[in-house]
Each structure stands twice: as C-alpha cells, then as structure tokens.
Design a protein around this ligand. Structure first.
Ligand SMILES: Cc1cn([C@H]2C[C@H](O)[C@@H](COP(=O)(O)OP(=O)(O)O[C@H]3O[C@@H](C)C(=O)[C@@H](O)[C@H]3O)O2)c(=O)[nH]c1=O
Length: 174
C-alpha cells in the first residue's frame, strides 16, 4: 500500500509499494492516475538525473513563473538530505524550511509543490537523484538563492561542494 505523509500544504513524502520477489523488486515511480489521486499535476513533463559525490550541496533553486515547477524527487543510489523552503507568501508556513532524508534503500519520494526553494546535500559516496518536474526547464527563469540565508538558518554540514553559481547566489529577498 502506498504511504503518504503530508507536511506544509502540498508538500508530501510518498512511499510507493515495493513488490519483492526472488529476482529482486519492482516499484512504480510516477503514474498519472496515482498522481491525480494525490492531487498532484498528472503531467510531469521532464525527468532529470543528477549524480553527486559526497558533500555536494545543490541549491537552493526554483524556477520563476510561468515555468514554476513541482518536483517529484527519488533517490536511486546513495542518500541525500533534502531541504525545501516555503516561499508562498499566502502560506501558513511562509519562509519555514523542511528537511527529509531520502535514501535509495527507503525509496521514499518527496513531492515539492510550486512555490518552494529546493536543495539537497549528498550524504553517500555516489548519490543518484532522479526527479520529474511539472514544467520544463527554462534557463532564463531559473533562480539560485543562497542556501545559508539567515532567514531560515538551515544547519547545513560544514563541508560542502557548491557550483560557482550557487556559491555566488544572492540572498532571498522576502
Ligand atoms: C536543471 C537543469 C539544468 N540543465 C543544465 C544547466 C547547466 O549547464 C547544467 C547544470 O545545471 P545546474 O547547476 O542548475 O544543476 P543543479 O544544481 O543540479 O540544479 C538542480 O538543483 C536541484 C536542487 C533542483 O531542484 C533542480 O530543479 C535544479 O535546479 O545542466 C539543463 O540543461 N536542464 C535542466 O533541467
């Protein structure tokens, strides 16, 4: 049975059923009718895969309207500490942050609705992250925000490897 844990309005951790047999196991990662039943957009129009070594911090990112993206995040190998910040001005949890351990072993998926900044810290040696998005990537609309903003004070590990873009990212202006 699928398990769903809901957090800030729309944010959820989904654990799809895992079918084991003598060969190994099987699971559905993304299915239109399941997404619809959960109230999520049933068209996830882009799939992305990133590989990160230990200590890589990607984020915090979002994409601006009209290309804002919901993201369904799964970890295929290794483990990440996933962090999201609610930047929906009308939300009861505006500017609050939430974090989740996602591992290949647990196969928990995180659904991040539009209106959240997203980032993660790679915990294993090899960390493969697959995520499906509800809108396509548009370089002109992507945004990087400083991960270490005093607004949310996320306790990131000290050791971190950032892209040049993320290292220079401006602080979020509420
Ligand atoms: C995200 C993305 C990047 N790219 C390109 C741009 C660049 O040359 C290269 C690496 O891009 P980035 O440095 O932005 O990759 P990365 O730092 O992994 O960006 C990702 O971070 C996580 C936290 C998210 O939430 C994603 O939405 C995305 O923003 O890949 C695409 O072609 N399509 C895409 O959808």
């Amino acid at each position: 049975m699928m398990q769903v844990r809901r957090f800030a309005n729309g944010l959820m951790v989904i654990t799809p059923p895992l079918y084991r047999d003598e060969r190994g196991c099987f699971m559905e990662l993304s299915k239109a009718s399941t997404l619809r039943a959960l109230g999520l957009p049933d068209a996830l129009v882009q799939s992305n895969l990133s590989w990160s070594k230990y200590g890589v911090l990607r984020g915090l990112h979002d994409q601006l309207e009209p290309y804002a993206q919901g993201k369904l995040v799964s970890v295929l190998q290794g483990a990440i500490w996933d962090v999201v910040v609610d930047i929906r001005p009308q939300s009861a949890t505006y500017l609050s942050w939430f974090s989740f351990y996602l591992t290949a072993k647990s196969m928990r998926q995180l659904w991040i609705p539009k209106g959240f900044l997203h980032g993660f810290y790679a915990l294993g040696q090899d960390n493969l992250v697959l995520y499906h998005t509800s809108a396509e990537y548009h370089a002109s609309h992507e945004r990087s925000v400083a991960h270490d903003s005093p607004i949310w004070s996320v306790p990131w590990p000290r050791y971190k490897i950032l892209s040049a873009k993320d290292a220079q990212a401006p602080h979020f202006q509420p």
